[in-house]
Write a protein that binds this ligand. Structure first.
Ligand code: FMN
Length: 186
């Protein structure tokens, strides 16, 4: 299945690449996924600027911005998602919310796993906000999110994710496959 991994930081000097790389590497090695990794700095979407909500469009032809349509087509061709997010002021970065807002029905009935990193909270508040946003988009949440507290200190000192963290990621992959299989049954 086609798994899209979206990394939610686009700023100069961002630190979360170690987390995004870990998820990308594990998903690639898993054997069940064709991985499409989205770096929002490269995707570089403008602020949402369509005259109607993507959910009110009759088809992707209704996009007035080519980059919005191309992004929606990429989502339409995928089976599931993992969002890797930092926490900015107790929520997800605006650039990530903007990226989600550009697409409507192509999100629907597809599983999403949420992974956050941050300070003492490990980005839990960003994940809680992303839960309501992704539910509204029609995505099906994997129940267990993964939170990585004090990630910079840990990764920069060469510490690898613990065995239980790797197991939790494997469980997230399993759930994504299970949900997608169930949701595509006739
Ligand atoms: C604008 C801004 C707001 C932040 N707010 C929080 C926060 O609410 N909670 C937290 O744990 N860390 C917060 N931090 C610290 C981030 O966890 C840390 O900078 C992390 O490296 C951000 O991820 P990035 O480097 O991949 O963008 C904030 C950082 C920035 C730049």
């Amino acid at each position: 299945m086609k798994l899209v991994i979206i990394w939610g930081s686009s700023r100069t000097g961002r630190k979360g690449g170690v987390v995004a790389d870990w998820v990308k590497q594990k998903a690639g090695a898993d054997g069940r996924f064709e991985v499409d990794f989205i770096d929002l700095r490269e995707l570089n979407l403008p602020f949402f600027d369509e005259p109607i909500s993507p959910f009110s469009m009759n088809s992707l032809d209704d996009y007035t911005h080519a980059e919005g349509r191309a992004w929606a087509e990429r989502i339409a061709g995928s089976d599931g998602f993992i969002i890797v997010t930092p926490e900015y002021n107790h929520g997800p970065p605006g650039v990530l919310k903007n990226t989600l807002d550009w697409v409507g029905p192509p999100w629907k009935d597809k599983p999403v796993g949420l992974i956050s990193y941050g300070g003492i909270s490990g980005g839990t508040r960003a994940v809680e906000m992303l839960r309501s946003i992704t539910i509204e988009l029609g995505l099906i949440n994997v129940a267990k999110a993964i939170h990585l507290p004090f990630f910079v200190k840990a990764f920069e000192s060469g510490e690898q994710p613990s065995e239980s963290t790797n197991e939790n990621l494997k469980k997230m992959f399993d759930q994504i496959v299970r949900l997608r299989t169930a949701l595509t049954k006739n």
